[in-house]
Design a protein around this ligand. Structure first.
Ligand SMILES: [Cu+2]
Length: 68
Protein backbone atom coordinates (compact mmCIF):
# COMPACT_ATOMS: atom_id res chain seq x y z
CA UNK A 1 0.00 0.00 0.00
CA UNK A 2 1.03 3.58 -0.44
CA UNK A 3 0.11 6.48 1.79
CA UNK A 4 0.88 10.18 1.57
CA UNK A 5 1.03 12.15 4.82
CA UNK A 6 1.25 15.90 5.25
CA UNK A 7 4.07 16.74 7.65
CA UNK A 8 4.47 20.19 9.21
CA UNK A 9 7.83 21.75 9.93
CA UNK A 10 10.21 20.01 7.55
CA UNK A 11 12.55 22.62 6.12
CA UNK A 12 15.86 21.13 5.05
CA UNK A 13 17.78 18.02 4.11
CA UNK A 14 18.25 17.13 7.75
CA UNK A 15 14.49 17.08 8.29
CA UNK A 16 14.07 14.93 5.20
CA UNK A 17 16.64 12.43 6.46
CA UNK A 18 15.17 12.38 9.97
CA UNK A 19 11.65 11.63 8.74
CA UNK A 20 12.70 9.12 6.08
CA UNK A 21 15.08 7.42 8.52
CA UNK A 22 12.46 7.07 11.24
CA UNK A 23 9.97 5.56 8.79
CA UNK A 24 12.45 3.21 7.14
CA UNK A 25 13.32 1.81 10.57
CA UNK A 26 9.76 0.55 11.01
CA UNK A 27 9.16 -3.09 10.21
CA UNK A 28 6.89 -3.23 7.16
CA UNK A 29 7.93 0.08 5.59
CA UNK A 30 9.60 -0.55 2.24
CA UNK A 31 10.22 3.04 1.24
CA UNK A 32 9.68 6.59 2.44
CA UNK A 33 10.21 9.63 0.24
CA UNK A 34 9.93 13.18 1.55
CA UNK A 35 8.99 16.03 -0.75
CA UNK A 36 10.13 19.12 1.16
CA UNK A 37 8.42 21.67 -1.09
CA UNK A 38 5.09 19.92 -0.79
CA UNK A 39 5.55 19.16 2.91
CA UNK A 40 4.68 15.54 2.29
CA UNK A 41 6.05 12.07 2.73
CA UNK A 42 4.99 9.18 0.55
CA UNK A 43 5.33 5.84 2.27
CA UNK A 44 5.14 2.39 0.71
CA UNK A 45 4.29 -0.19 3.32
CA UNK A 46 2.95 -3.63 4.10
CA UNK A 47 -0.42 -3.10 5.59
CA UNK A 48 -0.26 -6.37 7.60
CA UNK A 49 2.88 -5.23 9.47
CA UNK A 50 2.48 -1.51 10.11
CA UNK A 51 -0.30 1.06 10.16
CA UNK A 52 -0.72 4.78 9.74
CA UNK A 53 -0.90 5.42 13.50
CA UNK A 54 2.52 3.84 14.02
CA UNK A 55 3.97 5.81 11.11
CA UNK A 56 2.54 9.07 12.46
CA UNK A 57 4.04 8.40 15.87
CA UNK A 58 7.45 7.71 14.34
CA UNK A 59 7.34 11.09 12.55
CA UNK A 60 6.07 12.92 15.64
CA UNK A 61 8.89 11.43 17.72
CA UNK A 62 11.27 13.28 15.40
CA UNK A 63 9.56 16.55 16.29
CA UNK A 64 7.21 17.09 13.34
CA UNK A 65 3.44 17.34 13.25
CA UNK A 66 1.41 15.09 10.97
CA UNK A 67 -1.97 15.71 9.38
CA UNK A 68 -3.72 12.61 8.11
CU1 LIG B 1 15.78 20.57 8.78
Amino acid sequence: MEKSLNVQGMSCGHCKMAVEGALNKLDGVSSAEVNLEAGKVVIAYDHSKVNVEVMKEAIEEQGYDVEA
